[in-house]
Write a protein that binds this ligand. Structure first.
Ligand code: GLP
Length: 641
């Protein structure tokens, strides 16, 4: 193992930052393949501890690829899965057992009798003995050679929630509120998420010879930093891994973003100060000392690891003013640019006016939640706004919402006489299909269509609240989503073509999109990847066209003139130093936005309270000494890499 660099000194677990989840998956898969081959040559079994969740999906895809293409054989592999919800039947759509079958076991040649899995359907009275037998089985297999882990937002590994002890063994546990909220989308509502789970204990996991923990996406950044850098504590069970002698974390850039070496590099080693870093460091100092930027003094810089900044670029006051002005200039009530105004310090250029604006929303509602106020501004300031819903969002609609809709249709139709027979028959068939469906079984095409229609209706209502006309609302229903399920989506050519067509059709001056730092197999991240590919294709085509079909790699005028703005997602909210455009909302505008968001009624189980983030952003700006607003919607500039 290489010794840690100066920047990694305060990391107590070896943490490798990889370019993407796919790259991380390849590294881990190679290690697994090496272990299997090695054990095979010694006539022994390779014993793997496996995890579920979206994190290991790219790894399982890579293992399947190695099996198919390189003939990696799983004959001598024994697996123990970490955990399972309780109670749950193994064929339940959300059971971990079913997940593993679909994601891995059904596609490789592992003998079924080599698969050990906590059974979520056993009787409560026998759980205790069952867990002991599970531990015995691990021991009889010779212990776990390599344990794969993801991490929950609470810092759990397996389902060892905060409070789990270092010596805990396989047992029945009660799930944490945050964990159940995180699973609410899969189970279509928090109330459907099982309250318990059976999990290997921290002690069980720590006995593995080698442990690899993976984490992708910004929602894991905070907990990764805690697990790696904070003292070992029961409140972050993953921090126990600091005491293991052969553990590595593999994280992508987004999940690494809160490690000190990435976020506050000046605290751990020499840095070259530049505008962005100055802004980040000064914002950090201001919030650390709870003092507005303009009141920071030289000594405070020096006493807080920023002496070289003050030496290079001080004294403090003009430096403070420079950064204050930069932040100040992000604030604008004119997200589409202010016509005929001096735009040298504005986030968006003033001309042309009006602009053609395309807002890409991965699922209906993402747009409204993050930028409902901005949408309304753009529309009112005369821009031509096209809202494009990339997926139908049907998977996010609870059966109860679809059933309610169908029942209303029956009632309305029956009250209005016999002309409605076809509608009654249709609505009744939906109700029947929902009632006969296994709890959380797959939706039939008809149910998905209806759920998609419900989201369309909600999206139209919400857009209506912002003054956007129905002719400017577009539904792409991208095939990757229509043909898939959460964690099982696969992007195809057609997805990209659809988005490419939209870009070609509108050739917008501004694009709004989200999902660039999300978990790579989430809907938002896949939609962003689709956009990125489509944008690149349009760019290439335009340039080829201009140069007689020779790709020169230069930007076409259309792209030079198009500003792409990233809006916040569930997983990512810009911090003040990351914000390039801050659109403040008055109390009335904020109330209107909340009303628009509330039109997404089928989503009320997961959207509640998220608008409060706009208020938090406003508070952060206020604390830095900027103006105090009711709420702020924030955006980051994006350009193709
Ligand atoms: C669940 C599982 C964990 C997993 C975690 C993170 O709680 N029990 O083993 O690591 O979810 O899930 P995801 O990878 O989907 O973020």
């Amino acid at each position: 193992m290489n010794s840690p660099s100066e920047f990694e000194q305060n990391e107590k677990i070896k943490t490798e930052i990889v370019g993407s989840a796919e790259e991380g998956a390849r590294i881990v898969a190679r290690e697994i393949a090496g272990l299997i081959t090695n054990k095979n040559s010694q006539g022994e079994s390779a014993v793997l501890g496996l995890a579920t969740g979206s994190t290991p999906v790219p790894l399982y895809r890579e293992l399947i690829r190695l099996h198919r293409k390189d003939g990696l054989c799983f004959d001598n592999v024994i697996t123990f899965n970490l955990d399972e919800y309780y109670p749950i039947s193994s064929n339940h759509q959300e059971s971990y057992r079913r997940f593993m079958q679909e994601q891995l076991f059904d596609h490789i040649d592992i003998p079924p009798e080599h698969i050990y899995f906590p059974d979520g359907s056993i009787h409560r009275e026998v759980v205790f003995d069952y867990c002991r037998q599970f531990e015995d089985a691990i021991e009889q297999a010779g212990g776990i050679d390599l344990q794969i882990l993801g991490i929950g937002r609470t810092g759990h590994i397996g389902f060892n929630e905060p409070g789990s002890t270092r010596i805990s063994r396989t047992r029945l546990i009660t799930l944490d509120r945050v964990t159940r909220q995180d699973a609410a989308r899969d189970f279509l509502g928090e109330s459907h998420v099982p309250r318990h789970a059976i999990t290997m204990g921290v002690g069980t996991i720590m006995e593995a010879n080698r442990i690899l923990l993976m984490a992708w996406g910004e929602s894991k950044a905070e907990i990764i930093a805690k697990a790696v850098e904070s003292p070992v504590s029961e409140s972050v069970p993953a921090s126990f891994l600091q005491e293991h002698t052969n553990v590595s974390f593999l994280v992508d850039d987004a999940a690494a973003s809160r490690l000190t070496r990435i976020r506050y590099p000046w605290l751990v080693g020499p840095v070259e100060w530049h505008n962005d870093l100055n802004k980040r460091a000064i914002c950090w100092l201001s919030s650390k000392l709870d003092k507005p930027i303009l009141k920071l003094v030289d000594e405070e810089y020096s006493e807080n690891g920023m002496a070289t900044l003050i030496t290079d670029q001080g004294p403090a006051y003009p430096l403070n003013i420079r950064i204050f002005n930069k932040l100040q200039h992000t604030i604008t009530g004119w997200p589409g640019g202010k016509p005929r105004a001096d735009d040298s310090h504005r986030p968006e250029r003033s001309e042309p006016h009006p602009k053609h604006v395309v807002v890409l929303s991965p699922e209906p509602g993402n747009d409204m939640l993050a930028m409902g106020g901005t949408l309304e501004r753009l529309e009112n300031q005369g821009h031509i706004v096209e809202v494009v819903y990339m997926t139908s969002g049907s998977l996010g609609v609870p059966d109860s919402a679809a059933g309610k809709f169908a029942k209303t249709l029956v009632e309305a139709a029956q009250g209005l006489g016999s002309d409605w027979e076809a509608q009654v028959a249709y609505a009744k068939s939906i109700i029947e299909k929902i009632e006969n469906k296994d709890q959380f079984g797959s939706d039939s095409t008809e149910i998905r269509q209806l759920k998609g229609l419900i989201r369309r209706a909600e999206a139209r209502e919400a857009c209506n609240e912002c003054g956007i006309d129905h002719d400017h609302i577009h539904f792409l229903d991208l095939p990757f989503y229509e043909l898939g399920r959460y964690r099982q989506f696969n992007l195809g050519e057609k997805d990209i073509t659809e988005v490419e067509d939209i870009l070609e059709r509108f050739r917008p001056h501004q694009i709004y999109i989200t999902g660039n730092r999300a978990n790579p197999i989430s809907v938002q991240a896949l939609c962003f990847a689709t956009f990125e590919k489509a944008f690149e294709l349009v760019r290439r085509k335009a340039s080829c066209h201009q140069t007689g079909n020779v790709w020169l790699g230069s930007k076409s005028p259309w792209h030079q003139a198009c500003n792409v703005w990233l809006y916040n997602s569930d997983e990512h909210r810009c911090l003040p130093y990351e914000i390039d455009m801050a659109v403040p909302l008055s109390p009335l505008q904020f109330a209107q936005k909340e009303h628009a968001v509330s039109q997404h009624q089928s989503q009320c189980f997961q959207t509640e309270m998220k608008t409060k983030r706009d208020r938090e952003t406003a508070l952060l700006y206020d604390q830095l000494g900027l103006a105090e607003y009711e709420a702020i919607e924030s955006f980051q500039r994006w350009s193709p890499s």
